[in-house]
Design a protein around this ligand. Sequence first.
Ligand code: SAH
Ligand code: SF4
Length: 363
Amino acid sequence: MDNLLDFNLRELTEYLEKFGHKPYRAKQLLKWIYQSGEHDFSQMTDLAKSFRQSLQTTSEIATPSIQLDHLSTDGTRKWLLDVGAKNGIEAVFIPETDRGTLCISSQVGCALECTFCSTGRQGFNRNLTSGEIVGQLWLANKMLREQANYRLLAHEDRIITNVVMMGMGEPLTNYNHVVHALEMMLDDHVYGLSRRRVTLSTSGLIPAIDKLRDDCPVSLAISLHAPDDKLRDEIVPINKKYPLQDLMAACIRYIEKAPRDFVTFEYVMLEGVNDSVDQAKALVKLVKNVPCKFNLIPFNPFPNSGYLCSSRSVINAFKQVLMDAGLVATVRKTRGDDIDAACGQLAGQVQDKTKRTMRLKAV
Ligand code: SAH
Ligand code: SF4
């Protein structure tokens, strides 16, 4: 069976033509799939019966299956999704007054081994397909529409207004599938999001950043986390290959053609590691030529991480240095704490539990 979530308009048109269907059918089908959120061909009532029957024999609309579905007291909703072979990925919806943001995953695990990241600790398992990436959005949309207490924002006709690729995995090491999925999110026949409302977060793979600028220049977030190469080499090991000055130059190239754009620098606050006032000052120097905003992320602890989150007062002092230098800096609100809705944690926990059960069985 072919998963129709893998196809953009052109590919779907070609696919249908192979079976002798008219090209205009592709648009009709996309409307059913994405605007109506329908996955059952038999319910697509304005399509000819013979067309629907033919689809049923060749195609499906397949999404990852839901393993856990948690609603936090603050409205954050988190799904642990099964992508086969007991592999779990996460998607998180974060409602705010003026937007609804869905955070999605690009890989099962991650190969880059940032020392403070629970996904990195799990190691790399596999890349997600484009259909599995788009499928997270499709599924979340469907579940949120069904969520009884959810009201649409007054000025929006959609629940998910923003997408961030900040879930599990390094999106730029799964480049082709990720860009294909991004293009679908921007496509008016699919989700029609503006490129400013779609953000890709990367630990800084420079050649892929340059390529993304040409292929699909969505908003860029860079996981910075350290003001100098010595520390960044240690906590974000990919820095040894793509050091900070080169990364800053890549950021400038990325937004050069769009004067209103900026890069978001993410900076996880690790107590006693990267959170001093001197490090904040060094950061100001490092980014001085890059139009940017800072998002300071309180570290989300996980078992045996070896790190603690900086105290609120230290985070505020750090933020103040950035703001005194004229930079925009915000501290990310910790959301969905009661359901472990933080980077890689739910999957980590479930996998740990599985391992524990296996250990118990082995005894
Ligand atoms: N691989 C990409 C995107 C996924 S990680 C990247 O590294 O940018 C999304 C963000 O969560 C990154 O900024 C990452 O550094 C951060 N992060 C990872 N583990 C974290 C933790 N335990 N606490 C807080 N932020 C974390
Ligand atoms: Fe991978 Fe991002 Fe985690 Fe680093 S922070 S290990 S790049 S998911």
